[in-house]
Write a protein that binds this ligand. Sequence first.
Ligand code: ATP
Ligand code: MG
Length: 561
Amino acid sequence: MSNPNETAASVERPLNFLEEIIEESIARGDKRVQTRFPPEPNGYLHIGHAKSICLNFGLAKKYGGLCNLRFDDTNPVKEDVEYVDSIKEDVRWLGFEWAGEHYASDYFDQLYEWAKELIKKGLAYVDDQTQEQIRQTRGTVTVPGTESPWRNRSVEENLDLFERMRAGEFGDGEKVLRAKIDMAHPNMLLRDPIMYRILHSEHHRTGNKWCIYPMYDYAHGESDSIERITHSICTLEFDVHRPLYDWFIEKLGIFPSHQYEFARLNLTYTMMSKRKLLQLVQEGIVTGWDDPRMPTISALRRRGYTPESIRMFADKVGVAKRDNVIDLGLLEFCVREDLNKRAERRMAVLDPLKVVITNYPEDKQETVECVNNPEDESAGRRGVPFGREIWIERSDFMENPPKKYYRLSPGGEVRLRYAYLIRCDEVIRDAEGRVTELRCTYDPESAGGKSSDGRRVKGVIHWVSAAHAVRAEVRLFDRLFTRASLDDPEEGKTFLDYLNPESLRKVTGYLEPSLAEASVGDKFQFERTGYFCMDRDSAPGRPVFNRTVTLKDSWAKIADK
Ligand code: ATP
Ligand code: MG
């Protein structure tokens, strides 16, 4: 049996650029590796975060180091404990355990002291301009900014004002603290960036202790420094922020964490902005953060993805230094690979057509033996009831079949998986001419699906005994969006104009009876139709299954449409 823990991660591959950097520093004798995953708790984690988690925790693990989980919770208005809890659950589910659980808010006192230190060094000042005025005086890439009229306040005045900001003497937006760097700096982020703003707002961890909050750019680099992070890994768009983080670290003379940037994960047909995902949730376009059509980790979990498949995906995507877009098909490939090894097979008919086997005795019933997983002998076998009336898939019958159609057609013969050969004798229809039933005869000498006289019957179809079938709601998901790239909508459109109206189709499936015993989260391959996972909406006697993924990549076909 193949080991389910073995993913592509254990397969030999060339070092990525971060591994090269780490191995070089190890060779120089610098052995300590300390990374961190720094989410802002303002939404649920998505597959892009999963990439970052696998990278940060993966590097620490590979080089005997540690990885912290740090919540960059500097914005009290958008953050929530619900998000903190979901993030922890998702990281653990992916298979990682953090060394330290930290919060930027734990560092608020230290950050405040350091801000005062910068004021004392003449490197920070209180500005009375509004944030709007500050934006307007920043200049442009080609035009230098204008210095604030408050830029040259004395150290004493700055200290006094900053302390009074903290004490709550001023209203929101009345003053800010800015770093005094260079209003003509070619990097706009270094044109006296804001370090602190006034926000009379309760924080989910510090309550009402603070009414001034550090800006992300001031808090982030120093939080790394406090945790003595050796490799501060982030996505490419932060490369322009690095000089600012370095400036604070240098001026304060604190631990020099070094930032390295890699290309963020982009996936076709997938929206990965937390703000826009929140919009989908808030506007009820999806049922919640874990709606199985969402790209969040919680949604992938609910849909039936395994941690192993996501880690395999992260590994196959690799670590690039340049932006690129990955085909969603690769993620689906990974979950197929993984579930193929471990998901037990079951029979389920999703678009039923009744078959009556006229020469099978009415009162007879038998149990046929089915293999649970041809990829895994240890999964054993199970009995499945067979009887005179069965359901087959409507698409497994064609009245006027083209050549090379090996399934059922009038006069034709097909093999029922694990059971018998049947021949279609008669087609019954309703008043509208729609086929409602097939009347067939079976070959009693073909138990196990083998003909006794050696005649060849190519087609094999799945079936479910009508007398024993368990009815279930089956949710067939498709991509949430119809457009591969959502970052550059056509003129006058937004990402909401590309919602796929067919992203969810609910059908009633007829499942073999063993599935009545399944539990929420159990995963199966429904023979010939795909991988399915039992959903938490299931009720006793009324299971609900989510289709994780189809068996084959229908991608190319869809993309051509
Ligand atoms: P937003 O969507 O609001 O821009 P974010 O995706 O940057 O936020 P954070 O919580 O700040 O969310 O991200 C935590 C970490 O995950 C950061 O280090 C960030 O670089 C990384 N990350 C976020 N999105 C991706 C992505 N698509 N691919 C790889 N890493 C990502
Ligand atoms: Mg971010």
